[in-house]
Design a protein around this ligand. Structure first.
Ligand code: GLA
Length: 352
């Protein structure tokens, strides 16, 4: 069984240049690419000032463009999911007039980045600007993981991010005997959009009740000792976060010394904690994880990202990839899609 092959950057670039030329009657002057990401471990810890360990993927979003002099922004998006290219034109924001989110929804994030961009500085500040765009234009009160890995990812490495200090360190991940398999459940339960902000609030409430700035400052013993100060549900949410931050530190250390078995065990603990304490998994993700775990050569598997659908990530021997995909597909009640990706580079300007 074969994983889907991501379109190559050069193919996407040729397609984008063609679309630009047809729309604007000229060649674009600039091209940039930004990767997708998968989080290996450290889930729902970023907005708690904790640790995360994502890697950038070979799947990219590609953008071509040229400056214009009339104060307008023209956007054209071509996507395999939409039948027709989509267009939008709007004036650049000024000190007197800000951009606002609205319809079409696909443009909101782009507008948000344009609106906030003048405030950006160094790389971390640029990531923060994109995070603000998510908060105020896309309506997702996300942490800083996605933006930092998209900017700082490096080929052959995962990235350990300390979301409190914004310090990052690269962890080598290029052993040819090892593979990272991403399995898309192809379901997305709408519950996710309301549960995400709710989880964030619950975590903040527990931290406050314990007199701490964030759950990053809380040790497991302190949480246990303060059990009476928080709700039962709040306690379980916080237990996930506090444990997950510890697991992420341990997993980064395990990966550095090539101990894939230890890494895999931590991934599985992470999944069970997300399922039972944080309650952001769903039956489809649980099925995919259990199916993966029953295949020899699989080190570990877990849901990845916000939850309530989306993908799982599995660490396995490269030689076990084909039989793992086969087995997952046989066991899964839905239709899964597979991606095998190396750890790739972060956002970059491409040569035209
Ligand atoms: C979403 C958010 C991230 C992070 C994850 C959960 O993907 O965008 O900031 O909070 O959920 O780990």
């Amino acid at each position: 069984m074969a994983a889907s092959r991501p379109p190559q950057v050069q193919e996407l670039l040729a397609e984008a240049r063609r679309a630009f030329r047809e729309e604007f009657g000229a060649e674009p002057e600039l091209a940039v690419s930004a990767p997708g990401r998968v989080n290996l471990i450290g889930e729902h810890t970023d907005y708690n000032q904790g640790l995360v360990l994502p890697m950038a993927l070979e799947l990219v979003t590609l953008l071509v463009g040229s400056p214009r002099t009339d104060g307008l922004v023209s956007l054209l998006t071509t996507s395999k999911d939409a039948d027709e290219p989509q267009r939008l034109q709007f004036p650049l924001p000024t000190v007197h007039r800000s951009l606002e989110p609205g319809t079409p929804r696909w443009a909101n994030y782009v507008k948000g980045v344009i609106q906030h961009y003048p405030d950006s500085g160094a790389i971390a500040a640029r990531a923060q600007v994109c995070q603000r765009a998510e908060h105020s234009f896309a309506g997702v009160p996300c942490g800083i993981m996605d933006q930092l890995i998209a900017l700082l990812g490096q080929k052959g490495h995962a990235l350990l991010i300390d979301c409190r200090s914004l310090e990052t360190s690269l962890v080598p991940l290029s052993d040819p005997k090892l593979a990272v398999l991403i399995t898309n459940s192809n379901v997305r339960h709408s519950l996710g959009s309301s549960e995400y902000p709710l989880r964030r609030r619950q975590c903040e409430e527990v931290a406050r009740a314990l007199g701490k700035e964030s759950l990053r400052e809380v040790r497991l013993e302190e949480l246990e000792a303060g059990r009476e100060l928080v709700s039962k549900e709040g306690f379980r949410r916080a237990r996930h976060v506090v444990g997950e931050i510890q697991r992420t530190a341990q997993a980064a250390a395990a990966l550095s010394r090539g101990d894939y078995r230890a890494f895999g065990r931590l991934m599985v603990e992470s999944h069970y904690s997300l399922r039972d304490d944080y309650e952001v998994s769903c039956s489809e993700l649980d099925q995919l994880v259990e199916a993966a775990l029953s295949v020899p050569g699989v080190y570990g598997s877990r849901m990845t990202g916000g939850g309530f659908g989306g993908c799982t990530v599995t660490l396995l021997e490269a030689s076990a990839a084909s039989r793992t995909m086969q087995h997952i597909q046989e066991q899964y009640s839905g239709t899964a899609t597979f991606y095998l990706s190396q750890a790739a580079d972060g956002a970059k300007v491409l040569c035209l």
